[in-house]
Design a protein around this ligand. Structure first.
Ligand code: AVI
Length: 320
């Protein structure tokens, strides 16, 4: 899946996303070089991410699926009847069927920025649930979204699985939670996946797997810069680093220069000293308290939480 649809992202005369160029040029000019993680997801990056979710070390997808498959009866009990489920960043809607099976909602509204992909997966889902009204909406969920008229009278359940919230710094995460509340309205509920703090060795392995898939995912960002922005980054001089930052309770991914290098991107020259890094991703992990605090700051009151049998991952139900 692509997280950035060229339908919504501004492109220049060469079809290059101008946001991508601006983010890369600015990010490479900072003292700590950094590029927003959303640029990982071109076609190659999206496929590599799918591969990551299957890795033995990458537990979040399996742990969350376990919760969704085993807690259906409790979801039904806790989630008000007759709601419209609004999924933020639905992608291929792989987890939604588990929730839809459990709570039999009145409608399903998948929101995603990648329009073609969204419509294809909405069709597949409608075929699987023939009596469920499905109303796909092509939109950037970081902004308030006008939901279809057909669901305006229904109470809403926001669904935001995957711990994607963990890829945002606190300020962005809080803004998003508030925006979701504005999109969903009074009386809504939110079911959100949040990954838990655990042994740093387990976390670092999940983001630096033995087969090197996450390394390829990270390095693809530099390759993408070379492909799309006329970059000359020597890819053999960058190595994947995933490290636990205990102060911020997050896994950070970086691309580290293994020697002094100089390169060009979009006609501008950059240098990196040996050991210098480009910070490419944060993946925040939560405790019970920190997840509560973040949700409260975002305007949501946690009502119930579920974890997998090994306490690796949580799903939290919160009230607006
Ligand atoms: C999409 N997101 C929740 C993933 C994560 O775990 O932070 C992205 C990822 N990066 C490396 N592996 C997976």
């Amino acid at each position: 899946r692509t997280n950035e649809s060229l339908n919504l992202v501004e492109v220049d005369e060469n079809g290059v996303a101008t946001d991508f160029r601006a983010d890369v040029l600015q990010g490479l000019s900072e003292p700590q070089k950094a590029i927003p993680a959303r640029w990982f997801y071109d076609d190659i990056g999206s496929e590599l991410f799918e591969d990551i979710t299957q890795l033995p070390e990458y537990y979040p997808t399996r742990a969350e699926t376990e919760i969704l498959s085993s807690c259906g009866a409790e979801f039904r009990e806790r989630i008000g009847e007759g709601r419209a489920v609004v999924e933020f960043g639905s992608g291929s809607s792989v987890k939604a069927p588990l929730l839809l099976d459990a709570i039999a909602p009145a409608a399903y509204v998948p929101l995603d920025i990648a329009g073609d992909f969204l419509r294809a997966s909405a069709e597949a889902l409608a075929a699987k649930f023939p009596t469920l009204p499905v109303h796909p909406v092509e939109a950037d969920f970081m902004r308030k979204v006008e939901l279809p008229e057909a669901v305006s009278h229904l109470p809403k359940l926001g669904f935001f699985p995957g711990s994607t919230i963990g890829n945002m710094v606190a300020r962005t995460a809080t803004d998003l939670l508030r925006t979701m509340r504005a999109t969903l309205g009074e009386g809504s509920q939110l079911l959100i996946g949040m990954d838990l703090i655990k042994d740093p060795a387990v976390l670092e392995a999940a983001y630096d797997d033995a087969a090197g898939v996450t390394a390829r995912f990270n390095c693809n960002l530099a390759a993408r810069i070379n492909r799309e922005l006329g970059g000359t980054i020597p890819l053999d001089a960058l190595r994947h680093v995933a490290r636990w930052n205990d102060d911020y309770a997050r896994i950070e991914m970086h691309l580290e220069a293994t020697r002094d290098i100089a390169f060009q991107v979009a006609g501008r020259r950059f240098t990196m000293r040996e050991g210098e890094t480009i910070h490419t991703e944060n993946s925040h992990k939560f405790s019970r308290r920190s997840s509560t605090l973040l949700l409260l700051a975002g305007g949501w009151t946690p009502a119930r939480r579920w974890t997998d049998a090994e306490d690796r991952f949580s799903m939290i139900l919160a009230d607006a």
